[in-house]
Design a binder for this molecule. Structure first.
Ligand code: UDP
Length: 413
């Protein structure tokens, strides 16, 4: 992907929004900013970092992106953290913690010089969180950016992680509901999408048609789509159940499109569960896509009448924003960050069960004018709230706040 400059967003967000970003960025010009996560491909965090780093650089900061590397054993442990933080009861043994700390330790040996020199380090999610303890001579502010729903974490996992993140200077959560008892400032920043990325830019109708053809999806019948990593929290099997409940009351097709993320070891097993659940229904298309299939996903979302995101837990759900930006009504799980985006009857529907999802699928498929109206409201809502310029502004403001002694102010409050 080639680095983009901010100017090209003017036509979407307006000149003033860009000028405002430059104004805030001037205040922290030259700041060395390092983002750390655990994968360059797959999942929402990588999706965001791909545009965030170049745009921060375009604004005069010195931004870079590092990843912690590890083997399967490490990613099994961090997936357990992830599952535990989202409320599952998981096993966490001392030897698992040892694997985690040793792996991050090896990464620290490589990353320490750049991390300790940085003015701001944003550590995304739990995978790299232990790095802080391994950089005792850090000069800058360290911020833990949590992308997942930690509103009801499994205590054992949270108490270990809390011991790591308490040392940070601040945390960022996607919504107030996720904030935790921590001894530092907590900021609420919702994620966003890049409207000009391959995933979200306008594409010609013939490319959309060709994509349907490639997968044998009929252009004659409505398409319902869920795009997600094959992860149980995304409930792909529940989506199949909902679709099956339609029971030909309305004719439609279901697409479940997803791939893996290099830091998610459960993808293959969940994919097999989904294929099993879909067996025997030739109106269901389970597509395993490579991590760079952005235009394919773009085309599938655009070809859809309705986009589904029936998650059981969700930090935010970029796929929801992506669909709304394409003018699609979304039927989403009534959880986490999906609630920030899907407002019942206005931008889509929130559902609590496969039965609820089936009901809304049927209702929308029978009322094309309603799909259109909801889709238009959804697009406008994204324009006002979930595009990258708003997101960037909040990051810049946070850093500027630190530069002007945010901590002292907080202590006085
Ligand atoms: N995505 C993708 N390929 C896939 C599955 C997902 O490119 O096979 C993208 C999707 O379009 C979205 C991001 O990965 O941009 C997923 O972000 P989200 O916040 O929805 O969920 P996460 O995977 O981070 O839990």
């Amino acid at each position: 992907m080639t680095a983009k400059s901010l100017a090209i967003y003017e036509e979407i967000v307006g000149r003033v929004a860009i000028s405002q970003l430059k104004q805030i960025a001037d205040d922290i010009e030259g700041a060395r900013v390092v983002h750390v996560n655990s994968t360059k491909a797959g999942g929402g965090v990588a999706e965001i970092l791909h545009w965030l780093i170049p745009l921060m650089n375009d604004l005069g900061l010195k931004a870079s992106w590092e990843i912690v590397e590890g083997h399967d054993e490490y990613f099994n442990v961090t997936k357990s953290f992830h599952n535990g933080l989202q409320g599952n009861h998981v096993v966490l043994t001392p030897s698992m913690i040892e694997v985690y700390e040793q792996t991050v330790g090896k990464n620290a040996d490589r990353l320490r010089p750049v991390l300790e020199e940085a003015d701001f380090v944003f550590v995304h999610d739990p995978q790299p969180a232990y790095l802080l303890k391994l950089c005792p001579n850090r000069k800058g502010k360290w911020i833990w950016r949590c992308h997942i729903d930690v509103s009801h974490p499994y205590r054992k996992v949270w108490s270990y992680l809390k011991g790591l993140v308490s040392g940070f200077d601040a945390s960022i959560f996607s919504m107030p509901h996720f904030a935790q008892s921590l001894p530092h400032a907590q900021f609420i920043i919702a994620p966003s999408i890049d409207p000009l990325s391959e995933k979200n830019c306008d594409i010609p109708q013939k490319e959309i048609s060709a994509t349907l053809k490639k997968f044998g999806i009929s252009p004659e019948l409505p398409v319902l789509t869920q795009v997600s990593r094959f992860d149980r929290f995304k409930d792909p099997v529940g989506v199949i159940e909902a679709f099956s409940l339609l029971n030909h009351a309305v004719e439609a097709q279901l697409v479940l499109a997803g791939g893996g993320a290099t830091d998610d070891p459960e993808g293959e097993a969940v994919y097999r569960e989904v294929v099993d659940a879909a067996q025997g229904n030739d109106r269901i298309f389970v597509l395993q896509l490579p991590s760079d299939a952005h235009r394919t996903i773009n085309a599938l979302q655009r070809a859809s009448s309705i986009v589904i995101q029936k998650s059981l837990q969700e930090g935010f759900g970029l796929t929801v924003t992506e669909a709304m930006w394409k003018g699609k009504p979304v039927i989403g799980g009534n959880v986490g960050g999906i609630r920030l985006q899907v407002h019942n009857h206005h931008t889509g529907y929130l559902v609590d069960s496969p039965e609820g999802a089936a009901l809304r699928m049927r209702e929308l498929l029978r009322q094309p004018e309603k799909m259109l109206r909801i889709g238009q409201t959804a697009k406008q809502f994204v324009r006002e709230n979930f595009l990258l310029t708003r997101h960037l502004r909040e990051y810049l403001t946070l850093m500027a706040g630190f530069r002007h002694g945010l901590e002292n102010d907080l202590i006085r409050v």
